[in-house]
Ligand binder design. Structure first.
Ligand code: CO
Ligand code: ZN
Length: 339
């Protein structure tokens, strides 16, 4: 699975420009699916038909990653930009970016890199620029509207993996692995690889509307609170097991889905932890509010440093998320009765 993860995180795919990563995922899921479709926005659907009168379950992970879009070109060849998705400013200085055509550059800001050392406030987005080494505007082969992705090498640390864009290529890897392991299910399962999550769960919204699932389940990363002096009190720990989402800033999981996930985890001895995030959200928020409402929950892979150029995950967590998702999707009662 590590080879698949490496391949996924090394593929270009900022929000709205997921073609390359979709083509790669399609190669992997085509032999595993009963039907493959791509909708107008670019969401990829891989259906595994159920053997019985089960529910229609949409399991979704987003293909897109955060990036930068050029807004203006200066005569001297420097590129001004704005963010695609939530960009942590503190991670920009000195970071490398790469455009779809291979042009690579480094990020700095007005006032020079030295301004940072005094511990001053971070500059506004408009004061940052990308330097691709051009000596003038005329030398540039990228311009307004071109999209850069962050350069973030992948490293296998053994038990743990380091790489940017694990949000949410790790979720995509989990769905692909689950498709391989899911032998039989009473449910029609629509494995959905969404676009544009990072700019406001836009792909998941139309995916859920178009496919009309009974149950929605998002698979994404969730930040942990286990590094020294964390800013937010979060109970999640790296290596602590699959995270079953109770709530985040954008959604409250359907209690019946959440309880069924917990029951399945306990029955199979799958380590799990409950996730409550005071900020952020994921595709589940859009799926839940589709049409007349969809019973929706989420399973997360705990992650350190999401949206930075090196995120860290633990392979035990990945395995436990795959086990939990596979067991849940084959369980005859995916909605636990209310107590
Ligand atoms: Co994200
Ligand atoms: Zn994500």
């Amino acid at each position: 699975m590590k080879a698949l993860i490496k391949q996924l995180v090394e593929t270009y795919g900022p929000s709205g420009f997921e073609d390359e990563v979709r083509a790669l995922i399609r190669q992997h899921v085509e032999p595993l699916a009963d039907d493959i479709q791509v909708d107008a926005m670019g969401n990829l659907f891989a259906l595994k038909r159920g053997e019985g009168s089960g529910r229609r379950i949409m399991a979704a992970a987003h293909m897109d990653e955060i990036g930068l879009i050029i807004t203006q070109v200066e005569d001297a060849g420097f590129l001004r930009f704005s963010g695609i998705g939530g960009i942590p400013h503190k991670a920009l200085l000195g970071t490398r970016v790469r455009f779809a055509n291979g042009v690579t550059g480094v990020i700095s800001h007005d006032g020079g890199a030295a301004a940072e050392i005094g511990g001053k406030e971070l500059p506004d987005m408009g004061q940052w620029f990308i330097d691709v080494g051009a000596r003038s505007k005329e030398e540039l082969t990228v311009g307004v509207g071109d999209i850069a992705a962050f350069v973030r090498p992948f490293d296998d640390l053994g038990q743990r993996l380091l790489g940017g864009g694990l949000d949410d290529r790790i979720g995509c890897a989990v769905l692909i692995e689950t498709m391989k392991r899911l032998e039989s299910s009473p449910h029609d399962v629509i494995f959905t690889f969404t676009v544009q999550e990072e700019v406001g769960v836009r792909g998941a919204r139309v995916a859920a509307f178009g496919r009309e699932p009974d149950i929605g389940l998002a698979v994404d990363v969730a930040p942990t609170g286990d590094t020294p002096h964390p800013r937010h009190p979060i109970a999640l720990k790296l290596g602590g097991g699959a995270a079953i989402k109770v709530a985040d800033a954008g959604m409250i999981s359907h209690p019946g889905v959440r309880r069924a996930l917990e029951r399945v985890a306990r029955a199979r001895d799958i380590p799990y932890q409950l996730e409550v995030l005071p900020f952020g959200s994921t595709d589940a928020a859009a799926m839940q509010a589709s049409r007349a409402g969809v019973m929706t929950g989420a399973i997360s892979i705990p992650s350190r440093y999401p949206h930075l150029t090196a995120e860290m995950i633990d392979m035990d967590d990945v395995e436990n998320v795959v086990r939990l998702l596979t067991a849940y999707l084959s369980d005859p009662n995916p909605i636990e009765n209310q107590e």
